[in-house]
Design a protein around this ligand. Structure first.
Ligand code: 2AM
Length: 178
């Protein structure tokens, strides 16, 4: 069964700036350019036979494009022993609205999703058990601006395991149009 999630892709110039945050921190598994993304809604395993239904429902959304600014590095967990180093995205409202609309369309069809509160973020690094401190990076990049762009579409990604970590492939793109 494919492992799926809805996501927003990032433009190359934003990715280039994000890759510059990479530093030598124990246990960090830094995301490659191809892995950098913003998750809108994580679905997990979806049976093959339901993927087209999922895409049909996502295609029905009618939401306008919006501007997104990528700025500010933070972490989940304690800075001295983080689980995840991320960069924020704002404003939150259009992201929350997009996630809510997806849930509203998919819920009645029986799709299940992550119950966690939505905290829009772009993961820069995940950490293994032995974790080094990111306090210095937070200090340096807390207010860093990585650029803005117009979000004109979102994508359904399939996640598979490759030698270099997760490989994300686009299943379908969905245009945002008012
Ligand atoms: P993360 O970057 O904070 O780990 C693919 O795994 C994407 O889905 C990642 O961006 C991941 O967020 C997100 N995601 C959300 N919920 C998840 C879950 N329960 N398991 C794995 N990934 C999840």
């Amino acid at each position: 069964m494919p492992r799926l999630f809805f996501s927003i892709e990032l433009p190359a110039p934003v990715k280039e700036r994000l890759l510059q945050v990479r530093a030598s921190v124990a246990g960090a598994r830094w995301q490659s350019s191809a892995q950098l993304h913003l998750t809108l809604l994580f679905l997990g395993q979806v049976s093959e036979g339901r993927v087209s239904e999922l895409c049909d429902a996502a295609r029905c959304l009618r939401l306008p494009p919006f501007d997104l600014s990528v700025a500010g590095v933070g972490c989940f967990g304690q800075p001295a022993s983080p689980r995840n180093l991320w960069v924020g995205a704002s404003p939150r409202e259009p992201l929350v609205a997009l996630q809510a609309a997806l849930k509203e369309n998919l819920g009645p069809l029986g799709f299940e999703f992550e119950k966690r509160t939505f905290r829009p973020h772009i993961t820069l690094a995940r950490f293994k058990k032995q974790r080094g401190s990111v306090a210095g990076l937070l200090e340096e990049y807390r207010d860093a601006d990585f650029g803005s762009f117009q979000v004109t579409e979102f994508v359904l990604y399939q996640s598979t395991q490759g030698a270099g970590g997760s490989v994300y492939t686009v299943v379908e793109r969905f245009a945002l149009e008012a």
